[in-house]
Design a protein around this ligand. Structure first.
Ligand code: S3P
Length: 170
């Protein structure tokens, strides 16, 4: 198993970026975030891309970014929440390195996202009342992709030290 690329997947708000940065620090790996790569390649923020180009275009750009990841090594890659669930991307991620799913319940995600939903085009129009149902339904659709990860890390394992143990396990 190739551990020169460690790929963190999971729903919006699952902590991929925060944990990914800590893990990169510990392992002296580069930290890469697919949303930031898209923003710098195309010179627009994610909300701007959704507003001006639409979600379909954003998903095409996500696919192109997976090809860019193939040229990177010794890195922790935090992947946008929807990326694994479109157009064969999950197969490509699984071939690229060790994929870890940061699993969280809809309720936990709701509490983590309630004050940050405006940064996320797919959530910003939901009222607080609609948000939990929306998260529950979207996670239900996406989990068949997420659960194909090499490692499923539940809440207790979502620390750099615990993840390193999981990665090292045969
Ligand atoms: C999305 C998740 C976001 C970002 C975009 C769409 C999704 O990334 O890619 O807003 O479809 O779940 P984060 O998971 O980093 O919030």
């Amino acid at each position: 198993m190739d551990t020169s690329r460690i790929i963190l997947i999971g729903f919006m708000g699952s902590g991929k970026t925060t944990l990914g940065k800590k893990l990169a620090n510990k392992l002296a790996y580069e930290f890469i975030d697919t949303d930031s790569l898209i923003e710098s390649f195309y010179g627009k923020t994610i909300p701007e891309i959704f507003a001006t180009e639409g979600e379909t275009k954003f998903r095409e750009w996500e696919q192109l970014i997976v090809s860019e990841l193939e040229s990177r090594e010794n890195c922790i890659i935090s992947v946008g929440g929807g990326l694994p669930c479109y157009e064969g991307n999950m197969d490509r991620l699984l071939a690229l390195g060790k994929v870890i799913y940061l699993q969280r319940s809809p309720k936990e995600l709701f509490h983590r996202l309630i004050n940050k939903k405006n940064e996320r085009p797919l959530l910003k129009d939901k009222t607080e009342h609609e948000l939990l149902d929306h998260i529950t339904n979207l996670l239900e659709k996406r989990k068949e992709y997420y659960e194909r990860a090499h490692i499923i890390a539940d809440r207790e394992h979502q620390t750099p030290a615990k993840l390193i143990q999981l990665i090292a396990a045969p």
